[in-house]
Design a protein around this ligand. Structure first.
Ligand SMILES: [Mn+2]
Length: 240
């Protein structure tokens, strides 16, 4: 490949606000470019024709953070704290996740993205960590986005550990939901001290599949492990 790899980046969408907007935190775009990939935002408003056309060009995919997945996708009624449901976004991201897994397109799933990956594979979520399972850690930190607030321990001998270059991390945390039952093929390979799943991989997948519950895109300025995640994605995308 002569050009730099094109990395699809899913976007958020405003819910019940006028005018409706598709948007993505710039940190994702900057982190991909720092790793020498070219980010391509993929809003849920792309119609089927646009999705098919763009997908054919993409070399990798980042599933980004955002509002909650509709719990109906894993067969549960909504907890009152569930927010910003977007059926269009759920549809697009679950479709793209399946395409990436089927075709071996490298996939980095971040925060909501890790939860989408899990639900796409038949897993379930804790809909609100303080309600269930409860924790002494505040996973919805109020500190600035680049401030780490809790530890993560990565399992030795895993791809996630190899990519990060360390097994002991201090991460930021902006999630009130978490993986409950793992989706088919996923493995929990990183945990917070309270047992909340903070990282997954998929040994059975032919390609590169990693998910993290924290936000490495906000840590790349200070944290080599965060940079390594994006560099690994782009390197694998380049080699396809
Ligand atoms: Mn966390």
């Amino acid at each position: 490949m002569v050009r730099a790899p094109l990395i699809g980046v899913t976007t958020s969408v405003t819910v019940d606000r006028y005018p409706e907007r598709a948007y993505v935190n710039a940190a994702y775009l900057l982190a991909i470019q720092q790793a020498e990939g070219i980010p391509v935002p993929l809003p849920p408003h792309l119609d089927a024709r646009g999705r098919v056309a763009l997908w054919g060009w993409l070399d990798g995919l980042v599933l980004t953070g955002g509002g909650d997945i509709d719990p109906a996708r894993f067969g549960e009624p909504r907890h009152p704290t569930v927010f910003d449901l977007s059926p269009a976004r759920d549809d697009l991201e679950i479709d793209l996740t399946r395409l990436a897994l089927d075709q071996g397109v490298p996939l980095l799933a971040i925060c909501r993205g890790l939860q989408v990956l899990n639900v796409a594979l038949g897993g379930t979520l804790y809909q609100d960590i303080p309600s269930e399972p409860g924790s002494v850690i505040n996973h919805s930190q109020k500190e600035p986005r680049h401030h780490p607030t809790h530890a993560v321990k990565v399992q030795e001998g895993t791809r996630l550990g190899a990519v990060l270059g360390t097994l002991d991390l201090e991460v930021n945390s902006f999630h009130h939901q978490a993986i409950k039952r793992l989706g088919g093929g996923l493995r929990a390979v990183a945990l917070a001290p309270d047992g909340i799943i903070e990282g997954v991989d998929m040994p059975s997948a032919p390609g590169f599949v990693l998910g993290v519950q924290w936000h490495p895109e906000d840590l790349v300025g200070q944290d080599a492990a965060a940079r390594n995640l994006f560099s690994a994605l782009v390197a694998v995308a380049k080699g396809r």
